[in-house]
Design a protein. Structure first.
Length: 314
């Protein structure tokens, strides 16, 4: 899957931005420094990396996204190896890995994307340490709970509703997409979940589009996504084949490959695949399935602590 030997490059500092509007205000705190260096893979000149969208993988479904002048955090899970993530209904799973970064090491953030409220996506560390002024875009049900916890800038987005962040000559549109965290009646017992379409707009033109799947199965509702968004530059896909009591709750290798063929992104970056014992479908299964189907060239793997570009392979 590597299109070029591994490279090493510094992670760039948070870019200067114009003052955000009232609907997109950021935390007033000064961010601690990013880690000084990060491994970078894929065919890209190191100097050019800062000029294109990129993702840093922290673990589970937690990433830092840099898209234009905006910086986003997804599904904050900062528990360490051996700590329990609580999944609701009395269920829990003990983490196998450590996050690549802690909250104190994050750059300045414009917003958090939270697909749903499970303990491996928003944990007690995030609840305790994230700035409560930070906008969190999530489902309406999760918004209500976050506001009770003091996160007053949380905003719930019904499916297909958008929220916009405005910067210096550009706009980031974040649209809630359908997701199903379980089959049939099981889905009713699970928290609401959403995917997110992220569109970077400069002037009147779309400059980049990223689909973040959230924890979903490949259900018929997802067929609406390529109908509404026929051109997708990149996809962050939540895999793992999560199983509880034998019931599949997130995409396994086969469903993940099905979704790639349905959505047809130019690039797919798999995440959410090995951090907890309930993840039963390892990354290697998805890689093998993608190779078997002839879509492996559009797949770029990422390890915890790595930063990779989200530009399509050449």
């Amino acid at each position: 899957m590597r299109t070029a030997p591994a490279r090493t490059a510094p992670i760039r500092a948070a870019p200067a931005r114009t003052a955000p509007t009232a609907t997109t205000r950021r935390s007033d705190r000064l961010p601690p420094a990013w880690p000084a260096r990060s491994r970078v893979r894929a065919s890209v000149e190191v100097g050019a990396l800062a000029e294109q969208p990129e993702v840093t993988f922290i673990g589970t479904a937690t990433t830092v996204l840099r898209i234009g002048g905006f910086t986003l955090l997804t599904d904050p899970n900062f528990l360490h190896r051996g700590q329990r993530a609580y999944l609701g209904k009395g269920l829990w799973s003990r983490r196998r890995t450590d996050p690549a970064l802690g909250i104190a090491q994050l750059p300045a953030l414009d917003a958090v994307l939270l697909s749903h409220l499970h303990g491996d996506h928003f944990d007690r560390v995030a609840k305790r340490e994230l700035d409560r002024k930070l906008p969190i875009l999530t489902t309406p049900a999760t918004e209500r709970k976050l506001r009770r916890w003091g996160f007053d800038a949380a905003q719930g987005l019904p499916t297909w509703q958008s929220h916009e962040l405005r910067g210096d000559g550009e706009l980031l549109r974040l649209t809630s997409l359908p997701g199903r965290h379980g089959p049939g009646l099981v889905d009713r017992l699970m928290p609401d979940v959403m995917g997110t379409m992220i569109d970077l707009v400069r002037g009147d033109a779309r400059a980049f589009r990223l689909y973040v799947t959230g924890d979903t199965l490949n259900r018929p509702q997802l067929a609406q996504i390529p109908q509404r968004y026929p051109e997708i530059d990149a996809m962050l896909i939540h895999l793992g084949g999560t199983k509880v009591a034998g019931i599949l709750l997130t995409m396994d290798a086969r469903q993940g490959a099905d979704l790639v063929e349905l959505v047809r992104p130019k690039l797919t970056v798999p995440i959410h695949y090995d951090d907890y014992p309930v993840f039963r479908s390892p990354l290697s299964h998805f890689v093998a399935e993608a190779r078997r189907r002839g879509i492996i060239r559009q797949v770029r793997t990422i390890e915890r602590g790595e930063t990779v570009p989200l530009s399509p392979p050449v």
